[in-house]
Design a protein around this ligand. Sequence first.
Ligand code: FES
Length: 176
Amino acid sequence: MERTHHKQEINITETLINRINELISYYPEDKRKSALLPVLHEVQDAHDNWLSIELMDKVAEIIQIKPIEVYEVVSFYTMYNQRPIGKYMFEFCQTSPCCLNGVEDLMDYTCEKLGIKVGEPTADGLFEVRGVECLGACGYAPMMQLGDFYKEHLTKEKVDQLIEDCKDGKIVLLDK
Ligand code: FES
């Protein structure tokens, strides 16, 4: 479990609790835990894209499961964040087909351009780079996920353009 010194304001609004209850209602009463993944997505989206221990505890309380059951899921999947992350998270696929098509070079290039290391946000909190497992778009290698979207057949020029578009606020992160 990643520990963080960052404080998070917990804000479970009426709209959010209604959405959580809707997700839980899709499953039998004794299988409330089945709603955990979609509930975590909703809660994370409503909390600046990360989940503190206190927030995970709150999710456990709402779903009526043990906190450890939430920690296990959050620490397993890269789509859940245990600390504040850069607003624009460049998630490069690091599995073989993307590696064979130069993704490592692109990651190095991106980090150098942004002046960061993998797993560290830029000082202004705008960007971060991380490596993830296969995103199921191997035919479009090398590729990455940015928010809810895939960016495919990447080149250095495309990375340059994406960085500029993010800075200019032209990139939409959520498919909502
Ligand atoms: S190997 Fe990169 S998307 Fe599958």
